[in-house]
Design a protein around this ligand. Structure first.
Ligand code: FE2
Length: 269
């Protein structure tokens, strides 16, 4: 078999990808499940997530939302057109999707404001170490790790799971109806644009990883790609665990957020 990978099957079917990549996806599936089926999204979906946990979630995930185009820009710096089809695909994908992300930061701010958070709360509010670890990890892998590793960790693992949990939250109107009607559309915009079980972006990222590495990867390539995907899932899960724990504790070292904990809420059960 030629060691070069050229996809011939459907983009969104795992069987279209090299055996080694299928095995990675299978090995990471349990870890992925802990993210997309996290309790926080079940409670959010039902409109029953306590306000303290909701606010903590919005502030915790904010750095990843804000920095996501920058992660892609760091990967774009690694692209060398002359290195073949995988690099050409990555170049096109990254340039196109940095542009797509342009408005998403503003949508996240709108969502947060609908829950009583200000811009300053997002920018300067307290986050748990686990929440910081997630964005630090994304920055680190995109700055230092090889292109297929960093794209697997972010464009495949983070974007892929985000599309799924956003779809879960949006697949009934329970959460949405917690917002007053006049702000509902604006509040739900970020979720709506990300809520796609059938989003092609994570699959395109997987195709780029497969094309960059080919059919005959070195053992260490397989090991670091698998571990990068699992790390993204684990950092997300622990950050989300902390958000749920926020509902049960009053540990808020930041004075301003302490005030916000007592702010009126927009979402009811
Ligand atoms: Fe986005």
């Amino acid at each position: 078999m030629d060691s070069q990978f050229v996809r011939t099957g459907p983009l969104m079917e795992l069987a279209s990808y090299p055996q080694w990549l299928q095995e990675i996806v299978a090995a990471c599936s349990e870890s992925r499940r802990t993210v997309v089926e996290h309790e926080i999204f079940h409670q959010m979906h039902l409109g029953m997530l306590p306000p303290a946990a909701m606010k903590r979630f919005l502030t915790s995930f904010w750095p990843v939302i804000e920095q996501f185009p920058q992660y892609m820009a760091l990967n774009l710096l690694k692209v060398q057109y002359q290195l073949g089809a995988g690099h050409a695909m990555a170049r096109k994908y990254l340039i196109r999707n940095i542009r797509v992300e342009q408005n998403h930061v503003e949508y996240w701010i709108d969502w947060s404001q609908a829950h009583g958070l200000s811009r300053d709360d997002l920018l300067f509010g307290w986050r748990s170490s686990n929440a910081d670890a997630l964005s630090h990890w994304c920055w680190h892998t995109c700055e230092r790790d090889p292109l297929p590793v960093a794209m697997a960790a972010t464009n495949y693992a983070i974007e892929g799971t985000t599309g799924e949990w956003a779809a879960l939250v949006c697949n009934s109107s329970l959460y949405e109806r917690g917002f007053p009607e006049n702000i509902r559309k604006q509040a739900m915009k970020w979720l709506r644009v990300h809520a796609h079980y059938d989003d092609t972006h994570p699959w395109e990222a997987l195709e780029i990883v497969a094309t960059l590495i080919g059919h005959r990867p070195q053992r260490r390539d397989v090991a670091i790609i698998e571990s990068a995907i699992v790390k993204s899932y684990e950092y997300m899960r622990t950050a989300f665990d902390d958000c749920l724990a926020a509902a049960a504790t009053s540990h808020m070292p930041h004075k301003k957020l302490g005030r916000l904990e007592a702010a009126p809420i927009c979402v009811s059960s």
